[in-house]
Write a protein that binds this ligand. Sequence first.
Ligand SMILES: Nc1ncnc2c1ncn2[C@@H]1O[C@H](COP(=O)(O)OP(=O)(O)OP(=O)(O)O)[C@@H](O)[C@H]1O
Length: 484
Amino acid sequence: MPEVPWVEKYRPRRLRDVINQTKALEQVKAWIEAWLSGNPPKKKALILAGPPGSGKTTTVYAIAREYGFEIIELNASDDRTYEKVERYVQAAYTLDILGKRRKLIFLDEADNMEPSGAREIAKLIDRARNPIVMGANRYWEVPREVRNKAQIVQYKRLTQRDIIKGLVRILHAEGKTVPKDILYEIAKRANGDMRAAINDLQTVVSGGAGDAVEVLAYRDTEKSVFQALAQLFATDNAKKARMAVLGVDMFPHELLEWIDENLPYVYYRPGDIAKAYEALSRADIYLSRAQRTGNYGLWKYATDLMTAGVAVAGVKKKGFVRIYPPKTIKLLTESKAERSLRDSILKKIMKEMHMAKPEALETLNVLRAIFEYNPDMAAHFVVYLDLDLKEVEFITGDAERARTIWGKSMNIEKKLKERSRLEEHVRAAVEERREEKAVEEESEESEEEEVSEEELQRAEEEERVDKPKKKGKQATLFDFLGKS
Ligand SMILES: Nc1ncnc2c1ncn2[C@@H]1O[C@H](COP(=O)(O)OP(=O)(O)OP(=O)(O)O)[C@@H](O)[C@H]1O
């Protein structure tokens, strides 16, 4: 028998178990108490607005339980809903008098109402004798005529901490545990949606830890590391082994951890295991050298050793090998937003560096290392690839480091701008000078012509004078010589 969905099994029954919506709950309580005071609130409808899985429906059910209402739940996007609402509105008072439980009408998805339905619902709110509560993710998409007649109660997006609190509560109740990093990963990717988080938790707990990682971490990655490792461990061909890990979106040292974890299950002869580990430890040496020196070309040797080096180490077990994540796993997960960031970075790399996608992926890995260890060089890449801050954050995975690199890149950009301004300036000056020179030369040329005419005359005269001068000079010398 399939298990009851935990989202229903663990839906808080009481208001005080609803996590981190205190302000909203107070408003809802005050409003419902006004109904019970015999002096109904001015606005006879309530809109609970907020992100999915933040506790709106839960509130309605808990309030009904605590204040003794029966809930009539209807979907606002359903065309026939308003007819039903009308029936209940009519009947409600009578039922009340007959001592039956009071009814609370809950209309979910009020932001998906048809305009015609909205007009009817607005009319019904006017005539309502019992509380009408609506749920909506996008308040502004609730038709205006309905919105105007309702009081709004805003639900917050739950924080990661709230989500973890909710998940831990369920784990306690189930007597189950999951690794902390997986729990955090679930909370992170839920993005404030407790329902999504609880569903993920249930999948993970009922599936076992191996599946957990597969379900959570690798459903979006380029090529799953499970697939890659299965291929790697199935071959004793060096080239195939190298190929197996291409396209795995992972740092070499992370890949190394995965291989490290799974090696003992692949070889059964101790000598072979030892040989494989030797290849791994040499890979590790290359990796730390790469990190120390910034020579990331060494990554290639490291990757060769951990793939080809391991693949040829000996005789492997036949058949299916179950791949386990390393104990110290750093989950490489991606949300939709992260994925789109990564794609946009890849596109920039492909465009600027003229690369195909697999190469761009490798480059992204290299960039990650550079961004981790060499902020100055990273800043140049930011400018070169025209990355934005979000993309830099994605590459670094660390907001603070991203800001440092971003700051540096702004300086470079400023300098580049200054330089191009300067260049422009110098170029303009040179141009100006050249023009001036051209004008000068032109006038010089004409002056020269004039001068040369004069000079010509003078020269001619001089020539006449010169000769005797020269002669005179020579004569003097001769005279002198003669004299001496
Ligand atoms: N604030 C909360 N505290 C505890 N549990 C919560 C909270 N919010 C949601 N949950 C849990 O998440 C699941 C979904 O919650 P709920 O149905 O109240 O979401 P919702 O806000 O109505 O979402 P939607 O807008 O999608 O209808 C329930 O199982 C509930 O137990």
